[in-house]
Design a binder for this molecule. Structure first.
Ligand code: ANZ
Ligand code: ZN
Length: 870
């Protein structure tokens, strides 16, 4: 038997055993309660990082724990395998994206296996396989049939260097310059008009918002982010007549119809379709075009940023405020977007700060329509109050006036109440190779023709040139491009856009249920058994888009009749980031890796200029921060169990975890200590017979029994409640200390061996979800034949939790005067204080001074008073 802790050896051993026994393979079993545990699947970048180690260690604790609690646990893993880095590798190094991706998957799969995660590997999926993305195409076609997938011109964020469309969240701004930049290459982002495919997620806006109320198991902050992203606003839409142009009306959306009497100008988005019909003459047209092209160079984020000056151009026509028949100026301005509401606004500088800023800059009138509070010193007033300067609305509150204004519009047929969402339809077109081809054909005679279902999948052609220049490589491939039109059999051409990779991750949790099925995306019966996901775990960076898209897809496939659930994830845990110190030379402001920074003893120095360097801030681990720790070193040197224990012990899951070498050392030391303890006493322990739960526990061991049960309770509560793994592990460590105490006191065993053995078995069982290899090995060392993966989670007995009480006799001057009960572990001082405070005893002290107090442990207190002659 091994006396020393050799993680490598035992980890390989147990991984082999679990694999041979298919320990984590599951099927639907109606007799068992099911538990679907899902962790966000990784992008196969090449190697796992500490964020993965943390995410998947958290998940593995839950999976193994739930299994021990008798659940039928589904715990799958796969690969979010399409995406730009593979294509970049092809451009830079000439490796085909498929080869690059497959090799990365193989390597990372191996790493995950070395971590000992309890996945059902039979269910592995990779989204870049035709067997998977075929169903992206199938769902697309179903959505196309229902009008949920459609094509339109739209202006997109365009990176001229990557030659690709960027989503809003891929556009970043650096603090100082405020210029929108491509998140990958830092090139400044332009706007471009393109025909794009969209998913009509807005058709589900109301439901996506409403159903958030069902998600009691989600963090409040994520619910809030989802709510804000959907951004529901209630208000009104109505028409502004154009002076002298009875053929034209401008429709505006406002959330404040009550402020209409304060409208002193109106604004159209520069790219609003009416603008061209409103301009008079070549001079104005040229001016408008110049202004428009200036504005369209900016991203929407930049245009709507609060603190920047708003730019506008006054048109020659005027419009009429229908409420008071006043003629007012009309502008085009950068702060109004075509993509929201109607793309046109009534401007009310008195109550809207953006309009206030603009009015001040352009010398426009400001009319207040809500009475300000007496101490008001601000600019636009957005608060509540009584209406003024507002004709028939005067004297009403804001809420009353809103209603009355809408009624007024409706009565005259000028407008109506209207709800608007900030949520936009989901643009899924990408001008890239490494993604799902959109299954559409363009025919000169038939127009847009969807690829017939029987012709799916439309596969990616293997050989295309990756030059990095121009648009999608698919455009260069004649064989892919040319296709027979399924309607007229004429020559047609294929769509060359591929789908946003968020499509792939919007339903992968359903594919895991029947990963090899080739007649449907997933088996509805299996979905009936497993869905919804009971616990989803992943990074908070996916709190908005990914979760919203997955919720949307779930509702769509429900409406296709494939599943009954409307929400995919019942509970959500968003884990914090893994952080580490960064090293920055302030002299010439650059970051460098820790191993160039010298040592703590000699002081950190900049490797370039030798200037002393303050150890930097603690920041998220990332390549650009040069503060990465590769988990592979950790696994090789300390083993997977130490890596897991560190990741779980150093912080509660939802908080950031700061890397620390001492923390890793500490985790390793704890495992070594436990290992040594078991092996030191192994012979005695294996032979120890007798059940601590039955029969009389000798009084001197009652306290230890209580600690054992208290530990079970604590660990159970910590895992069940908020996944407080760090405190759970701390409780287990305390129990080991308590056992150490008992054994140290009795080098000769006096009947406590069964209890110590029970305590160790408890430790090992409780530790199994955290460090499954070490726990399994120790379990075996303690003489068990059945693997821990088949053992049930221990129960605590409430009776054992009760603190043992001792009955202590209190004497005064040698005569029994009272009895007190104290906890068994009460100290001398505590017992003395209790004895002196006892009312009966007190009456015998009668104000006399106490000479001394004598105690017989666990039995007796004798209070000796002054002045007694012995
Ligand atoms: C007049 C008004 C007066 C407004 C007032 C607000 C306050 P939310 O709440 O985000 O939905 N708006 C409407 N369409 C716009 C567009 N395409 N681009 C920029 N701004 C637009 O915002 C709705 C308000 O934002 C609308 O109500 C409109 O300004 C502006 F005291 O109308 B409001
Ligand atoms: Zn045709």
């Amino acid at each position: 038997m091994e006396e020393r802790y050799h993680p490598k050896k035992i980890e390989e051993k147990w991984q082999r055993i679990w694999e041979e026994k298919n320990s984590f393979r599951v099927t639907e079993d109606p007799r068992l309660p099911k538990y679907y545990l899902l962790e966000m699947f990784p992008y196969p970048s090449g190697r796992i990082h500490m964020g993965h180690v943390r995410n998947y260690s958290i998940g593995d604790v839950v999976a193994r724990y739930k299994k021990m609690r008798g659940f039928n646990v589904l715990h799958p893993m796969g690969w979010d395998a399409f995406g730009l880095p593979a294509e970049n590798a092809a451009i830079e190094r000439g490796v085909h994206p498929a080869k690059w991706t497959t090799e990365n998957i193989a390597y990372m799969r191996d790493q995950l296996k070395q971590m000992g995660f309890s996945y059902d590997w039979d269910r592995e999926v990779a989204t870049c396989e035709p067997g998977y993305y075929r169903w992206n195409q199938w769902i697309f076609l179903k959505m196309y049939e229902r009008g949920l997938a459609y094509k339109k011109m739209s202006s997109v964020n365009w990176c001229p260097s990557c030659e690709t469309v960027l989503a809003n969240e891929q556009v970043i701004t650096r603090e100082v310059t405020n210029i929108p930049l491509c998140w990958r290459c830092d090139t400044s982002v332009a706007t471009k008009e393109l025909e794009q495919w969209f998913f009509r997620i807005t058709a589900y806006a109301e439901e996506l918002l409403r159903d958030l109320d069902q998600l009691a198991g989600w963090p409040e902050k994520v619910l809030l982010m989802q709510r804000n992203w959907i951004g529901r606003s209630e208000g009104a839409e109505f028409d502004l007549p154009v002076e002298g142009r009875p053929d034209l009306k401008i429709r505006v959306f406002t959330t404040r119809p009550d402020t209409a009497f304060g409208m002193t100008y109106a604004v159209l988005a520069p790219d609003h379709p009416l603008v061209d019909r409103l301009v008079a003459g070549a001079g104005e047209r040229a001016e408008v075009e110049r202004f428009r092209s200036e504005v369209l160079k900016q991203s929407e984020q930049e245009r709507t940023a609060e603190d920047r000056p708003k730019r506008g151009l006054r048109l020659s026509v005027q419009v009429v405020n229908p409420f008071n028949r006043a003629a007012i100026p009309l502008f085009i301005a950068d702060y109004v977007l075509t993509t929201y509401g109607t793309g046109a606004i009534m401007a009310v500088p008195g109550e809207d700060q953006r309009d206030w800023d603009f009015a001040k800059a352009h010398g426009l009138d400001i009319i207040e329509t809500v009475k300000r509070p007496p101490d008001w010193t601000g600019e636009a007033y957005t608060g509540d109050g009584i209406k003024i300067n507002s004709g028939f609305l005067d004297g009403l509150t804001v809420a009353e006036a809103k209603r009355r204004a809408i009624d007024w519009l409706v009565e005259r047929g000028l407008g109506e109440a209207k709800v608007n969402y900030r949520l936009r339809d989901w643009g899924i077109s990408r001008q890239r190779y490494w993604g799902t081809p959109i299954p559409i054909i363009y025919c000169d005679s038939c127009g847009i023709v969807p690829v017939p279902e029987k012709d799916l999948p439309v596969t990616l052609p293997p050989d295309v040139p990756f030059t990095g220049k121009g648009g999608s490589p698919l455009r260069e491939d004649e064989l892919f491009l040319k296709v027979i039109c399924p309607k007229c059999m004429g020559v047609a051409r294929r769509e060359t856009d591929t789908m946003d990779t968020f499509v792939d991750s919007s339903w992968y949790f359903l594919r895991y249920l029947s990963p090899k099925l080739d007649s449907a995306p997933f088996d509805p019966d299996k979905a009936g058994y497993w869905m919804a996901v009971d616990q989803y775990i992943g990074g908070v960076e996916h709190a908005v888009m990914h979760l919203l898209y997955a919720r949307f897809f779930t509702k769509v496939v429900r409406d296709l009749g494939l599943t009954k659930v409307g929400e995919p994830f019942t509970n959500l845990l968003t884990q914090g980031m893994v952080c580490k110190e960064t090293y920055r030379c302030e002299e010439h402001d650059w970051l460098f890796p820790e191993d160039l920074a010298g040592s703590e003893k000699e002081g950190w120095r900049c490797p370039r200029c030798d200037a002393p360097v303050r150890q930097g801030r603690v920041e998220k681990m990332s390549k650009s921060k040069k503060n990465i720790v590769d988990p592979e070193q950790l696994i090789t040197y300390y083993g997977a169990d130490t890596a897991r224990l560190f990741a779980l012990f150093a912080a509660p899951p939802e908080k950031d975890l700061e890397w620390s070498d001492q923390g890793v050392e500490g985790a390793y030391r704890f495992l070594t200590r436990l290992w040594r303890f078991v092996h030191q006493h192994r012979d005695v322990l294996v032979r120890a017979r007798g059940d601590i739960e039955q029969g009389e526990v000798p009084p001197q061991f009652k306290e230890l029994r209580r600690i054992i049960h208290r530990t079970i309770k604590r660990v159970t509560d910590d895992i069940e409640g908020r996944f407080h793994f760090n405190t759970a592990i701390a409780a287990i460590m305390e129990l080991l200390n308590a056992l150490g105490q008992v054994v140290r006191d009795g080098s000769e065993w006096k009947g406590e061996a069964p209890l110590v053995k029970g305590g160790l078995e408890t430790i090992v069982t409780l530790l199994y979800p955290f460090v499954p290899h070490a726990a399994s090995e120790l379990w075996e060392s303690l003489g068990h034949q059945t693997g821990l993966e088949e053992v049930r989670w221990p129960f605590y007995s409430p009776e054992a939790l009760e603190e043992e009480q001792l009955l202590i006799v209190v004497q005064v001057d040698g005569r029994v005067r009272g009895k007190i009960t104290v906890p068994a572990d009460a100290g001398k001082d505590h017992i003395e204080a209790e004895a002196l405070a006892d009312p009966r005893v007190k009456s015998f002290l009668a104000g006399r001074a106490i000479q001394r107090v004598i105690q017989v442990p666990r039995k007796l207190v004798n209070i000796v008073l002054e002045g007694r002659t012995e």
